[in-house]
Design a protein around this ligand. Structure first.
Ligand code: BV8
Length: 251
């Protein structure tokens, strides 16, 4: 199915001076990584992700929570960037050659944007590839899967947790500042592959639209912001994004 991309969007996007892309789990879906709204598979089918991704769940049952993250790490370990990730990497590189701005604000924790080649990536919700000791606070990247114990422990025996932002936890000041600085100066804002319900990312659209930037949503399904944006393109990120950057920039 050829995505419907409106000529006026292509024409305006071609003139963009500073682009902000907000991405969610839908961008990694075509890499085989389940989204938060997809039904969880197998052992995890009986769990609700929003009930597992909390500090209370970790305090209550750190084994189950870290086994869930390890299951996700195993899926991410074999996942490859899909055409949506690759289109965003080409876009950032192209805009940089013309000294135009590009900031990628991602809710995803899989680091597939970085694997695709994007550099200016703000990990709003952290990453499941870095783990932090809950006792000494030391963080370390952990790429070997699976873990040998649940939860994994640091040399001094402290339980280690994923360096992600759980529900009820604050986003890092640095990530929020980077996001707000980019949102304050962009002239094109995209929301791609996200259900647009998790705050504060879900509110970003409202912090830009009053200032006049053009706003675009690319998503498989309609969301609460579909009626708010200038263009709402229903379709797969892996099809719409490559088509849009090809028609706008020939890349
Ligand atoms: C905060 C990291 C201040 C972990 C994540 C009541 C009590 C406590 C808190 C709250 C409350 N009410 C509201 C809140 C705030 C809460 C919140 O927003 N809750 C929601 C559920 C209402 N937010 C927070 O707690 C944040 N912190 O606000 O601090 C505070 C503190 C205390 C109390 C109040 C305020 C922290 C939020 C961060 C949570 N951590 N992830 C992990 O990954 O394990 S969020 C998690 O959801 C992921 O990051 C995920 O990316 C994100 C959002 O989901 P999506 O990315 O949108 O994924 P989803 O599955 O939902 O949707 C996928 C979409 O893709 C779908 O629309 C689908 O149609 C589309 N799609 C699918 N395939 C494709 C596609 N589109 C295109 N192409 C395809 N192929």
């Amino acid at each position: 199915m050829q995505p419907v991309i409106l000529d006026n969007l292509v024409g305006e996007f071609r003139e963009a001076r500073a682009v902000v892309m907000l991405t969610g789990a839908g961008v990694s879906a075509e890499s085989g990584i389940p989204t938060f709204r997809d039904a969880m598979e197998g052992l995890w089918a009986k769990y609700d992700p929003s009930q597992l991704a909390t500090p209370e769940a970790f305090d209550r049952d750190s084994e189950t929570v870290t086994r869930w993250y390890d299951w996700r790490r195993e899926k991410c370990a074999t996942a490859k960037p899909n055409p949506a990730h690759l289109a965003l990497a080409r876009l950032e590189e192209h805009l940089a050659t013309q000294e135009r701005g590009f900031t990628l604000l991602t809710q995803n924790v899989d680091r597939l944007h970085q694997a695709a080649g994007n550099r200016n990536v703000v990990e709003l919700h952290g990453t499941l590839w870095v783990w932090r000791c809950t006792r000494c606070g030391i963080e370390r990247e952990e790429r070997t899967v699976p873990f040998q114990e649940y939860p994994p422990r640091c040399a001094r025996g402290g339980a280690r947790r994923p360096a992600v932002v759980w529900f009820g936890e604050m986003l890092s000041e640095q990530a929020l500042k980077q996001a707000h600085d980019a949102l304050a100066t962009c002239d094109f804002f995209f929301s791609v592959g996200t259900s647009a319900v998790v705050e504060p990312a879900a509110n970003f659209i409202y912090s830009v639209r009053h200032r006049g930037p053009k706003t675009v949503e690319i998503n498989r399904d309609a969301t609460p912001i579909s009626r708010v944006v200038d263009w709402s393109l229903l379709g797969k990120a892996g099809e719409v994004l490559p088509e849009l950057v090809r028609r706008a920039f020939g890349i």
